[in-house]
Design a protein. Structure first.
Length: 315
C-alpha cells in the first residue's frame, strides 16, 4: 500500500476500535477517532484525541467526518450480557446508530466497514459456517447485529462499497500508548482468575464450542478491507472473521488450567456451574470456513489461544 487516506472511526475508545485506529495510524493513514465513552475509555491514540460524539447524532457525525475517505463503524453496545441488561439502549445504539452512520456513508458514497458478530447465527446448523448461513439469533445482542447487517446491505446496494464482518469470539489484550486494553471475554476472564489463584467456572454444559480470534488479528482486517474497498464496486459483502481455531469452553478452561500450572505453578480447578443466561448457542461444532475472507482481503490469523494464554500468565 502506497496511498494514504483519512478514515473516520467510531467506537475508537473501545477494545477493538482503539486497536483499529492504531493499525490505521501505523499504515500511514490519518484518522478521525470518535466515541461517546459509554463503554471505552481510551482518550488519546498516538497523540490524537478521541473526540466525544454520539453516533446517533447525524449532524455531529457529518461535521466530524466531513473530510474522511472511508468509515470504520465500531461503536456499539457489545456483548450478550450488556445488551440483555440494556435492551432499549442496545437497540437504539446498535440499530439506529448504525443506520445513521450507514446513511452518512450512502450520502457521501464512502466505503464502510462494519463488524457484526457470529451471534447473528444463533445455533449453527450448517458446517462449515459461511456468510450464507441462516440467521436465527437467540439473544438481543445477536438480533441487533442481524438487523444492522441487513441495514448495511440494503443501504449499500447501488450506492457505496461495504464489508460486514461476521466475527467470532475475541480474546487477548493490546496496548495503546503503554496502557493495556482488554475486555471481559471468556478467555481473558479465565486468565485473570488463574492469575488470582481462583478456580475457573465454566457455564453448563461446557461443551458449547466457539471459534476464538485474537483482538489484534481482528484489527488487522480493517486496513486490508480499506485497501480493497477504496475504488471497489458498490454493494456490501459479509465476511467471516475467524481464526479457524475452535474449542469448547471446557477445553479453553483446561488450556488455561494447564498453562497456569506450567507457567505459575498454580493449582487451579475447573468447575461446571449453572449457566446464568440460557440464551446462547450451545452446539458442539463451530467450524468456520474463512476461505472467502482470505480471497477477498488476504486475511488470516497469526495468534493462537495457547500461545496467548501462556504469554498473559507470564506477565
Amino acid at each position: 500500500m502506497t496511498e494514504t487516506h483519512t478514515i473516520g472511526v467510531t467506537g475508537a475508545a473501545g477494545y477493538i476500535g482503539s486497536r483499529v485506529t492504531r493499525e490505521l495510524f501505523a499504515d500511514g493513514h490519518d484518522v478521525v477517532p470518535v466515541d461517546d465513552f459509554s463503554y471505552g475509555d481510551v482518550t488519546e491514540i498516538d497523540g490524537r484525541t478521541v473526540r466525544e460524539l454520539d453516533v446517533r447524532d447525524g449532524d455531529a457525525l457529518r461535521d466530524a467526518f466531513d473530510d474522511v475517505d472511508a468509515v470504520m463503524h465500531l461503536a456499539a453496545v457489545s456483548g450478550v450480557q450488556s445488551c440483555a441488561e440494556n435492551e432499549r439502549e442496545a437497540f437504539d445504539v446498535n440499530v439506529r446508530g448504525t443506520e445513521t452512520v450507514t446513511w452518512f456513508a450512502r450520502e457521501r458514497g464512502l466505503p464502510l466497514v462494519f463488524p457484526c458478530s457470529m451471534a447473528i447465527l444463533g445455533e449453527p446448523t450448517e458446517f462449515p459456517i459461511t456468510a450464507d448461513h441462516p440467521r436465527a439469533p437467540v439473544n438481543h445482542y445477536g438480533l441487533t447485529k442481524k438487523m444492522s447487517e441487513s441495514d448495511v446491505h440494503d443501504l449499500a446496494r447501488d450506492e457505496f462499497p461495504a464489508h460486514v464482518y461476521m466475527k467470532s469470539n475475541l480474546y487477548g489484550h493490546h496496548e495503546i500508548d503503554g496502557e493495556t486494553i482488554g475486555k471481559n471475554t471468556v478467555i481473558n476472564i479465565f486468565v485473570d482468575r488463574a492469575k488470582q489463584g481462583k478456580d475457573l467456572e465454566v457455564h453448563a454444559p461446557g461443551t458449547q464450542s466457539r471459534d476464538f480470534i485474537h483482538v489484534k488479528d481482528v484489527a488487522r482486517a480493517y486496513p486490508r478491507s480499506l485497501d480493497v474497498l477504496l475504488g471497489a464496486e458498490v454493494g456490501a459483502t459479509t465476511l467471516p472473521i475467524a481464526s479457524g481455531e475452535e474449542h469448547s469452553i471446557l477445553e479453553i478452561a483446561e488450556i488455561v488450567r494447564e498453562a497456569a500450572a506450567d507457567v505459575r505453578g498454580a493449582d487451579i480447578d475447573v468447575e461446571i456451574v449453572e449457566n446464568p443466561r440460557g440464551s446462547e448457542a450451545a452446539g458442539e461444532d463451530f467450524t468456520v470456513d474463512t476461505s472467502a475472507t482470505q480471497e477477498a482481503i488476504g486475511f488470516e490469523a497469526h495468534h493462537t489461544v495457547e500461545e496467548t494464554v501462556r504469554g498473559l500468565l507470564a506477565e
